[in-house]
Design a protein around this ligand. Structure first.
Ligand code: PLP
Length: 393
């Protein structure tokens, strides 16, 4: 059967799809229909945190599917309660969590919380949310408006009011006015081009916002769940946000989003909801993912591999300094900044021809988001192939 033709005929063509047909995987390795192996340095855009076909995750999903997948949020969901407790304990934050199904939807929840806060706290109604240029917060109308990339706003207006974009963290201070209720940032911008915020600048901003009763929302949809080496990037930055959103790596591939907040009473019964959010299947998956990754972290293996991966990328950046300006990123969210923007696409497709999957971020960054359980052998094989691709350019 020609699946590519069926896709082109019946699926709305919103992606510039590569028509390779992957049929199975094993940790960092993907196999296509002809049995060829690819080293996956993209992990489905930071989603497959515990690798492909992780046996523990597969067993947990099978076990749960045979008991209950879904009952609706009108009833107790024990795995959801346990996951909320686990997220609070692992992160070290005094929070309650709302569960959704995706990053954009988690951010919608965060924005609703902020709007409610601006309505009930303070003398005047506050509704403005400051986000950053080059940010990415999702594709729903409000999350898209929160996204500080004007080129993505074409066609879909009118948008909700109240979003303003700061050039960088220092510019945030200039944009604050009496109507500002929140500042929303990624600590390491992902889609915008693997751009870490400065730690001191974030700590200063966090303090200033607290003193002015303005909420700090940290979009950890990509940075969360050990992607930066810590449970949350907020832990790494030593800040305590008012609201944190999660999604990508949390379910290991099963769709789930989460909004954690220290404002435990901000939303009351009936003010927010989700049909699928936090059901048995997705929360059971996330519980297993957290178990696997916590063990991986405690064993020292995660930090060990992070270091090796970073060192290897730095070597490549200097070895191929005709192509690359520098190596960037944090933890397992890394990139190589190309000197010539037109090279990024070429490098990615040359790498693919050598059977190593890498991604693009922004205009000029070749991005690496390996599975968090990557082995040394998988890493070596991937970089060997990547270097071969570079050498042939
Ligand atoms: C991917 C991403 C989103 C959007 O997540 P979806 O699940 O695609 O809605 C939002 N914010 C950040 C930082 C992301 O990386």
């Amino acid at each position: 059967m020609n699946f590519a033709e069926i896709d082109k005929e019946y699926v709305l063509q919103t992606y510039a799809r590569n028509y390779v047909r992957f049929v199975k995987g094993e940790n960092s390795i993907l196999y296509d229909e002809n049995g060829r192996d690819y080293v996956d340095f993209g992990s489905g855009i930071a989603v497959c945190s515990v690798g492909h076909a992780n046996p523990r995750l597969a067993d947990a999903l099978c076990d749960q599917a045979k008991k209950l997948i879904h009952v609706s949020n009108l009833y107790l969901i024990d795995t959801q309660a346990l996951l909320a407790k686990r997220l609070a304990e692992l992160s070290g934050y005094d929070v309650r969590t709302f569960f959704a199904n995706s990053g954009a939807e988690a951010n919608e929840g965060a924005i609703k919380m902020a709007r409610k806060y601006g309505e009930v706290e303070g003398e005047v109604k506050r509704y403005k949310i400051i986000t950053l240029e080059h940010s990415f917060h999702g594709r729903t109308i409000t999350a898209l408006k929160a996204t500080g990339q004007e080129s993505m706003h074409n066609y879909f207006g009118p948008y909700p009011d109240g979003f303003v974009y700061a050039r960088d963290i220092e510019h945030v201070y200039d944009l604050i006015d009496d109507h500002t209720v929140a500042v929303m940032v990624e600590l390491v911008q992902g889609e915008g081009g693997v751009e870490p915020m400065d730690r001191d600048a974030m700590q200063r901003l966090s303090k200033e916002l607290k003193s002015r009763d303005i909420l700090l929302i940290v979009d950890e949809v990509q940075t969360g769940i050990y992607r930066t080496g810590e449970v949350l990037a907020s832990n790494l930055y030593g800040i305590t946000p008012d609201i944190i959103t999660l999604a990508k790596g949390l379910g290991g591939g099963v769709p789930i989003g989460a909004v954690m907040t220290t404002h435990k009473e901000i939303l009351k019964t009936g003010e927010h909801g989700s049909t699928f959010g936090g059901n048995f299947l997705s929360t059971r998956a996330a519980l297993e993912v957290l178990d696997i990754l916590e063990e991986h972290k405690l064993s020292g293996e995660l930090d060990h591999m992070l270091l090796l991966f970073e060192r290897r990328l730095k070597d490549i950046a200097s070895k191929f300094d005709d192509l690359f300006e520098k190596e960037v990123g944090v933890g397992f969210m890394r990139g190589l900044r190309v000197k010539d923007t037109k090279d990024a696409g070429e490098i990615i497709s040359a790498a693919f021809d050598e059977r190593v999957v890498v991604l693009k971020a922004g205009k000029n960054t070749v991005r690496f988001l390996p599975v968090l359980t990557i082995t040394k052998e998988e890493m070596e094989l991937g970089f060997e192939r990547f270097e071969r691709a570079l050498a042939a350019l």
